[in-house]
Design a protein around this ligand. Structure first.
Ligand code: NAD
Ligand code: ZN
Length: 324
């Protein structure tokens, strides 16, 4: 069970690792942006529990899905459009400026690393960017304001490309869409050369992105995982910190703040951890046995059950988390 003292000791270890780091890589997921007000996918109440993502094939083949995807995008803009970088983004921008990080590889699509001052030359966006759009057929870029004008004028219909009639989509990589070759290659090169790999705020279940921490570890780098909940790769990491990302980086800068971390009700934390470990084990079993279709149904069912239990626990604790 994680206690304030465990976290404090882990933050001291992290401070040492960051001090000695020569060419680190930070690999970030949705968890680094939750303190900025943008929900992640898999936490209780996260986007996944409310809206199943629209996969690439459905987007391409169904006009109705395209309308729905753009409706969700503009709904998100209203809720999170004004989000500003959080403590994690700022700490990473500082480490980059100090020359300790060689680059940041992100799964996020929110543009908050750029907003914290990270130049494009040192940032790899594996899943693209949702702050602009492109035509899937001819690649022409469209700004969100342009799409929105047409979307609203037509009463909620996704516009097609005026040049080629192709579908227009945010410049993100959806499930089922090929990964961007150049971004994958840049992320691979950074990972191969790093001495420390910091996986921050990712459940590490989205592949192939989650392969980078594994590659780093196999290549001899030290692997650090900072995430509120356990991940499937915790077992192979050199240092795992289950705490709030912003709190951790604040504590690394000011050690006396570490004692304040992990105020989340300890029993809720420990039960959420147990449920997640159970989910990971069952999913592994599902994947090791059975036909492809039944594997998917079983994993889906377990995921939903586990998410429901975790949401229940979070509600029981009145959301229980301390915000500074
Ligand atoms: P995920 O939702 O699967 O996992 C996020 C993890 O972060 C969870 O395990 C959660 O416990 C942890 N977390 C949340 N807030 C935290 C905090 N304050 N401190 C510590 N840990 C915290 O996200 P993922 O692994 O990035 O994969 C989801 C996919 O969805 C990604 O591909 C990403 O592109 C996309 N996504 C992006 C955004 C964004 O751009 N901000 C938001 C939601 C989803
Ligand atoms: Zn086009």
């Amino acid at each position: 069970m994680a206690t304030g003292d465990d976290i404090k000791a882990a933050c001291a270890d992290l401070a040492g690792i960051l001090r000695d780091m020569l060419r680190g890589v930070a690999f970030t997921g949705a968890g680094i942006s939750t303190e900025c007000g943008i929900p992640d996918f898999r936490s209780p109440g996260g986007l996944w529990t409310r809206n199943r993502p629209i996969d690439f094939e459905s987007f391409r083949s169904s006009r109705q899905m395209r309308d729905e995807a753009w409706r969700r995008r503009f709904e998100m803009e209203a809720a999170f459009g004004g989000a500003q970088p959080g403590r994690g983004h700022k700490a990473l921008a500082r480490l980059l400026a100090e020359g300790r990080l060689a680059g940041i590889v992100t799964q996020n699509i929110d543009g908050l690393h750029q907003a914290s001052g990270v130049p494009d030359t040192h940032l790899v966006e594996l899943h693209g960017n949702s702050t602009y759009a492109t035509c899937l057929d001819c690649g022409t870029r469209y700004e969100l304001g342009w799409v929105r004008g047409r979307f609203e004028a037509s009463g909620g219909a996704a516009p097609d490309c005026p040049d080629c009639d192709g579908p227009i989509k945010t410049a993100t990589i959806s499930f089922g869409q090929p990964m961007p070759g150049e971004a994958m290659a840049r992320a691979g090169a950074l990972t191969a050369a790093c001495d420390v790999f910091l996986a921050i705020g990712s459940s590490l279940v989205v592949w192939p992105a989650a392969g980078f921490p594994v590659q780093a570890k196999r290549g001899g780098a030290r692997l650090v995982i900072i995430n509120r909940e356990p991940t499937e790769l915790d077992d192979m990491a050199d240092l795992v910190i289950h705490a709030d990302i912003g709190d951790v980086f604040e504590a690394v800068g000011q050690p006396e703040a570490a004692a304040e971390i992990a105020r989340e009700s300890i029993w809720v934390f420990s039960w959420r951890r147990r449920v997640l470990c159970f989910e990971i084990r069952i999913k592994r079993l599902c994947w090791l046995s059975g036909a492809k279709r039944s594997r998917r149904y079983a994993a889906d069912g377990v995921g939903r059950f586990s998410a429901a239990v975790r949401i229940g626990l979070a509600q029981l604790a009145g959301s229980g988390r301390r915000r500074s």
